[in-house]
Design a protein around this ligand. Structure first.
Ligand SMILES: Cc1cc2nc3c(=O)[nH]c(=O)nc-3n(C[C@H](O)[C@H](O)[C@H](O)COP(=O)(O)OP(=O)(O)OC[C@H]3O[C@@H](n4cnc5c(N)ncnc54)[C@H](O)[C@@H]3O)c2cc1C
Length: 366
């Protein structure tokens, strides 16, 4: 039997003396404030204080609990980090697919009172209401890929969405999770910003009702880096965008270090309506234009000025060049591991041109 004091409690255990103190406190005492890191004593995540009685005085030394057998705890005072546990009824942690939460906050999630949303029937489904396309907030990227409604509107859906992570992640990754994690390079956020989509928010503490719904333009959700115009208890319930007409065109571009299975360095999307030339032999004109970009600001960006400039313009080299100048004035990329500021500016310049090549190349060749 090994006996010692753990924080303020006397402990006696007949578990194997070779078990580490780290595993004992986490898995047998359910105290998860002491973290697992390298398990080699280097990172310090599992550091504890060990008090030893010397000359009638307790002297404390820091030690790494991942390398300390229970046998060495005998007769000592072990002081570990306590976790502030959330009562199960507090501001419960919303979780959809979990593909962001469990990467960012794995240990915290292990102890949280998770409120699951992925399979909530009221948050699922993709439907054409005649005026809008309405999508349940728990729709996954795969749900979009398999939706006849979406495929009818976006002929390049498969080509574009294949650029988002991998099949298993696409099967779990929801739209609400992508919007709420507020990553400046969220692919689905950039996609729906370019549709000028609207989200519906509802307090998670109240029963669902139309009166409690709060509509918000997706572009207005982002106020600063990871700062949202949303209360912590508000749930995104649905996303909607105006049903496009036959002249609708959409394009999505993403550059990563690898083409597939990677997050974006820069991504961008555009939606517009093409209109016939004003005069015979003239150029195609565009209206209802919305352009978005990721990786070029602290938030995923709706490019307001660029979109306003393009509206009503003819598709010409001059329009694209001027549009690109306006776009460059709207962004503020920083140099980081994914590229320098200059590189990101250059990428977006090229991707903006690529939108027009993708959408209008056939016409200019005729
Ligand atoms: C290996 C890997 C590859 C990835 N690749 C990509 C990629 O290529 N492109 C990309 O954009 N992302 C990528 N991601 C990130 C992630 O998959 C997406 O952001 C995904 O859409 C998150 O959705 P989720 O349902 O898993 O979110 P969760 O992890 O469940 O939640 C994320 C956040 O959203 C909140 N939340 C969830 N649902 C709601 C709701 N209905 N209302 C309010 N808040 C809610 C949660 O509380 C949490 O704060 C990748 C992740 C992994 C692990």
């Amino acid at each position: 039997m090994i006996e010692f004091i753990l924080n303020e409690t006397d402990v006696s255990t007949d578990l194997p003396p070779g078990m580490t103190v780290l595993d004992f406190v986490r898995y047998h005492k359910d105290l998860k404030g002491t973290k697992i890191g390298c398990r080699e004593g280097d990172c310090g995540a599992c550091t504890i204080l060990v008090g030893e009685l010397i000359d009638n005085e307790v002297r404390y030394r820091s030690m790494t609990s991942c390398l300390m057998p229970l046998a060495n705890a005998a007769g000592k005072h072990i002081v570990i980090q306590q976790t502030d546990r959330q009562p199960p009824t507090a501001n419960r942690q919303l979780v959809s697919g979990g593909t962001d939460l469990y990467v960012q906050r794995h240990d915290e999630m292990a102890e949280s009172a998770a409120m699951p949303l992925l399979y909530n029937e009221e948050l699922r489904g993709i439907r054409d209401t005649g005026e809008h396309i309405e999508i349940g907030a728990s729709a996954t990227v795969t749900d979009l890929l398999e939706s006849p409604v979406m495929n009818a509107i976006f002929p390049d859906l498969y080509k574009h969405l294949k650029l988002v992570s991998s099949t298993p992640i696409r099967n779990m990754a929801t739209l609400a999770g992508n919007f709420t994690n507020a990553s400046p390079i969220g692919d689905m956020t950039v996609w729906f910003l370019a549709l000028d989509a609207e989200i519906t928010l509802m307090p998670g503490t109240q029963p669902p009702s139309a009166a409690a719904e709060r509509p918000l333009k997706l572009r207005d959700l982002y106020q600063g880096y990871k700062q949202l115009a949303k209360q912590p208890d508000e749930i995104i319930t649905k996303i909607k965008f105006k049903k496009p007409n036959a002249d609708f065109r959409f394009n999505f571009e993403k550059v990563c270090k690898r083409t597939y299975l990677d997050i974006a360095t820069v991504n961008t999307a555009i939606s517009l309506q093409s209109e016939p030339p004003a005069v015979s032999g003239g150029l195609t004109r565009i209206s209802n234009v919305h352009v978005s970009a990721g990786g070029v600001a602290p938030i995923p960006l709706y490019l307001k000025e660029t979109s306003a400039f393009l509206t009503g313009k003819e598709v010409s080299e001059e329009t694209i060049a001027t549009g690109n100048e306006i776009l460059q004035s709207e962004i503020s990329p920083i140099s980081d591991v994914r590229g320098t500021e200059q590189y990101k500016r250059l990428l977006l310049r090229q991707l903006f041109k690529a939108h027009f090549v993708e959408l209008f190349a056939t016409e200019s060749n005729e």
